[in-house]
Design a protein around this ligand. Structure first.
Ligand SMILES: Cc1ncc(C[n+]2csc(CCOP(=O)(O)OP(=O)(O)O)c2C)c(N)n1
Ligand SMILES: [Mg+2]
Length: 327
């Protein structure tokens, strides 16, 4: 393996997490098409290496913020597939009692501060979490996942500016998947590398092949170590590709089948399987991991199918907080 920090056990763990995300996405795409999942579905399929390589360095008490395309982020951070599946089904046993759905999953107990549909909002929320860690004197870090399109918002610039000024323990991970909705990157910004924007704020940055999980793991490891040791924020750009439409049902008449096929050949799981087998991992080991993930997902679907919808009497639960007196 090329990464200096990688051992065999970690390699297999990264593989398992990527397969879990991939299969979760493939399964929910099918269930969505069958009408089992309400609302919108924005698939993370193809981007698995980014969340996996970054989150492999995080502890349960580190924070992440996620996006509308966030299933991969939460699974890489340690979310359970059954509770996530139930949430997508809108069931009361889901992460947010069925009120968040695909785009709004949170679990503060494992540092998942929430997936946010407002593009660019995660940067300033991650800053808040990072500031809290800095203020409390802990070595926790915050990771913000966002897209190339989000890097054109005001909150992106405000977020980078403040994080650099206050040297916050935050890592901004821009998953550049070549599109913002139907708009290719070349039609929404004048640069090819989002990472160059960090220079304007005196912040280190790094560009990495986002479909190479080892490369992401290594680059993220450096950025996270810097943040943990009080050396401030980093902007990490992972170059990847959105294999599905912006949302399930997107007619995708803005890109060619050939383009998608070319990127399929560069897919992160296919590539990493090749790396692992080149290092002597036998197919049977990988197939055992695949089978374990399959069984986990079958159980998750059963859990989601069999659990109840939220009770209408709980409609206000978790939406409003009790008013409290502030002294
Ligand atoms: C503030 C805001 N503006 C616009 C939208 C509509 N919108 C939803 S997703 C999206 C594109 C986001 O692109 P990118 O940040 O590259 O993320 P990707 O979908 O590629 O993961 C837009 C413009 C929104 N949700 N929030
Ligand atoms: Mg994008």
């Amino acid at each position: 393996m090329t990464s200096t920090q990688m051992d065999r056990a970690m390699g297999l763990q990264l593989y398992e997490i990527m397969v879990r995300i991939r299969r979760f996405e493939e399964v929910v795409i099918e269930l969505f098409a069958r009408g089992k999942i309400p609302g919108f579905l924005h698939s993370y399929l193809g981007q698995e290496a980014s969340a996996t390589g970054v989150c492999a360095h995080l502890r349960a008490d580190d924070y992440i913020t996620s996006t509308h395309r966030g299933h991969g982020h939460i699974l890489a951070k340690g979310a359970r597939t059954d509770l996530a599946m139930a949430e997508l089904f809108g069931k009361s046993t889901g992460y947010c009692h069925g009120k968040g759905g695909s785009m709004h999953i949170a679990d503060p107990d494992i540092g998942i501060l929430g997936a946010i549909g407002i593009v660019g909002a995660g940067l300033v929320i991650a800053n808040g979490a990072a500031f809290s860690a800095q203020y409390r004197g802990t070595d926790q870090v915050a990771v913000c996942f966002f897209g190339d399109g989000a890097s054109n918002t005001g909150t992106f610039h405000e977020g980078l500016n403040l994080a650099a000024l206050w040297q916050l323990p935050v890592i901004f991970v821009c998953e550049n998947n070549c599109y913002a909705e139907s708009t290719p990157q070349c039609d929404h910004q004048s640069i090819t590398d989002v990472a160059v924007r960090a220079q304007g704020y005196g912040m280190p940055s790094c560009i990495v092949d986002g479909n190479d999980v080892l490369a992401v793991y290594e680059a993220a490891g450096e950025a996270i170590a810097r943040a943990r040791s009080g050396q401030g924020p980093t902007l990490l750009e992972t170059k990847t590709y959105r294999m599905r439409g912006h949302y399930e049902g997107d007619p995708q008449n803005y890109r060619s089948r050939e383009e998608v096929d070319q990127w399929r050949d560069l897919g992160p799981i296919r590539r990493f399987r090749g790396v692992l087998t080149g290092e002597g991992v036998v197919d049977a080991e990988l197939e055992a991991i695949d089978a374990g993930v399959e069984a986990e997902l079958e159980a998750a679907i059963t859990f989601a199918e069999e659990n109840p919808l939220p009770d209408v009497r709980d409609v206000r639960y978790g939406i409003y907080t009790e008013e409290t007196e502030v002294a």
